[in-house]
Design a protein around this ligand. Sequence first.
Ligand SMILES: [Zn+2]
Length: 114
Amino acid sequence: MTDRMQVFQERLQRELEETQARIAQLRERLETKADYGPGRGDPAIYQWEFNLALLERAEAQMREVRAALARLENGTYGMCQKCGRPIDDERLEFLPLAAYCIRCAQPPKKAGRL
Ligand SMILES: [Zn+2]
């Protein structure tokens, strides 16, 4: 593994640990489920649902970090998973989880122009 890849691995490993800590914290908060009383609009319920949304996002993030680490393991990190071309360094620095090059990550152009 090159030094550069080592740097990414450390960065991703740290991110994985942080994400796992965040997930554990959110799960703990979610266990103390607010009493769903008859009164609607209880701020505790909103808070609970907000935490649930955060948890879902954190879990998705963890899957992405794990996938990126797996790509580092098998040597495909930094390559577009779609077209196989290398992903721009700048893009990887900014988005270490990027699995696609900028071209493939772009949404397909809408048919028909104005
Ligand atoms: Zn691509």
